[in-house]
Design a protein around this ligand. Structure first.
Ligand code: NAD
Ligand code: UDP
Length: 320
């Protein structure tokens, strides 16, 4: 690949900051575009010392023109409380953001990767979920701004390939966790860790029997880079760790690893909350050589160490 710069929209977010780090480590020039809706410059502050890294404030619902050989389109709030806070902006971010990224890719002859999501499967009736499952999304529910926004982003991505011959990649990302998740983002892993470390009750929504498959962020980033650099695979490709856990099991694991005396309490289940989720990753394994390596317990331990250090205000290497 030529050495023209790589664009990461949403580069100051949780996944984006880890991706920027990885790309810089590989010797690339990286430009992160972010409007800081849910991310923060703190997430990439440690990268700014590197002259190959640039951070620009930009809202991707508006067009952008920059030199690019690769565009990773990650800009979009990802946690349900964040994406439901301003649902119209969430849809605009997904739809206009992908359109502007694809227009740039077409002008620049750049390769474009869209960060899609397991949410395109909605509350799935097929378990686990392979890529050819078409999903069960409630198009008028409170999660639709995200789910349908991402589904439209997928169709735009494939249409730009069919109509304009843009080289595209579609990654369907399953629940990912790790250091630098925002304290306030309301996702289950960050909520439980913060609650356990602060000695507050762990809030299980519903009875805790719903399942998720949690992927450590380094494994996901590895999958994204493998997909982007594959010479021909366009996807969609599921990226995630197929280890499946109930939310109650996750709470117990966090309590055990933190040694916290917090109690578990039950709260109402949010509307349209998917009951189960687990990726089929055979395609990613076979075609990309993708293989998640970090088991939940180890990934949680690393994440807890990061949260603990941030809560105590201790400066950490490579973390905000
Ligand atoms: P995040 O909220 O930490 O990061 C999203 C980033 O996008 C933030 O820095 C935010 O400020 C930025 N952003 C939001 N709207 C923007 C806009 N209009 N213009 C410019 N920047 C904007 O979330 P994340 O977990 O890092 O997710 C990154 C991407 O991966 C998202 O597209 C998300 O949908 C996708 N994804 C994540 C997960 C997960 O479990 N983390 C799962 C599936 C898909
Ligand atoms: N959840 C929970 N307690 C929390 C936050 C979330 O029990 O404090 C549940 C949530 O209802 C869902 C699961 O954990 O069933 C995963 O939620 P998250 O928001 O992390 O991701 P998503 O629902 O988008 O997969």
């Amino acid at each position: 690949m030529e050495t023209r710069q790589i664009i990461v929209t949403g580069g100051a977010g949780f996944v984006g900051s880890h991706l920027c780090e990885r790309l810089l480590r590989e010797g690339h020039e990286v430009l992160a575009l972010d409007n800081f809706a849910t991310g923060s410059p703190k997430n990439v502050a440690h990268l700014l010392k590197d002259t190959r890294f640039k951070l620009e404030v930009h809202d991707v619902i508006w067009p952008f023109t920059v030199a690019a050989s690769r565009i990773y389109n990650l800009a979009c709030p990802a946690s349900p409380p964040h994406y439901q806070r301003d649902p119209v902006q969430t849809t605009l971010t997904s739809v206009m953001g992908v359109l502007n990224g694809l227009l740039l890719a077409r002008r620049q002859g750049a390769r474009f990767l869209q960060a899609s999501t397991s949410e395109v499967y909605g509350d799935p009736e097929v378990h686990p979920q392979p890529e050819d499952y078409r999903g069960a999304v409630n198009p008028v529910g409170v999660r639709a701004c995200y789910d349908e926004g991402k589904r439209c982003a997928e169709s735009l991505t494939m249409d730009f390939h069919r109509v304009h011959a843009v080289e595209v990649r579609l990654a369907r990302i399953f629940n990912t966790y790790g250091p630098r998740m925002a304290f306030d983002d309301g996702r289950v892993v960050s909520n439980f860790i913060i609650q356990a470390l602060r000695g507050e009750d762990l809030t299980i929504y519903g009875d805790g029997s719903q399942t998720r498959s949690f992927c450590y962020v380094d494994d996901l980033v590895d999958g994204l880079v493998r997909l982007m650099e594959h010479p021909e695979e366009r996807g969609p490709v599921n990226l995630g760790n197929p280890g499946e856990f109930t939310v109650l099991q996750l709470a117990e694991e966090v309590l055990s690893l933190t040694g916290s005396g917090s109690r578990i309490v039950n709260k109402p289940l949010p509307e349209d909350d998917p009951k189960q989720r687990k990726p089929v990753i055979e395609h990613a394994k076979r075609v990309l050589g993708f293989s998640p390596r970090v088991p939940l317990r180890e990934g949680l331990a690393r994440t807890i160490a990061d949260f603990r250090a941030r809560l105590e205000g201790t400066p950490r290497k490579n973390s905000a």
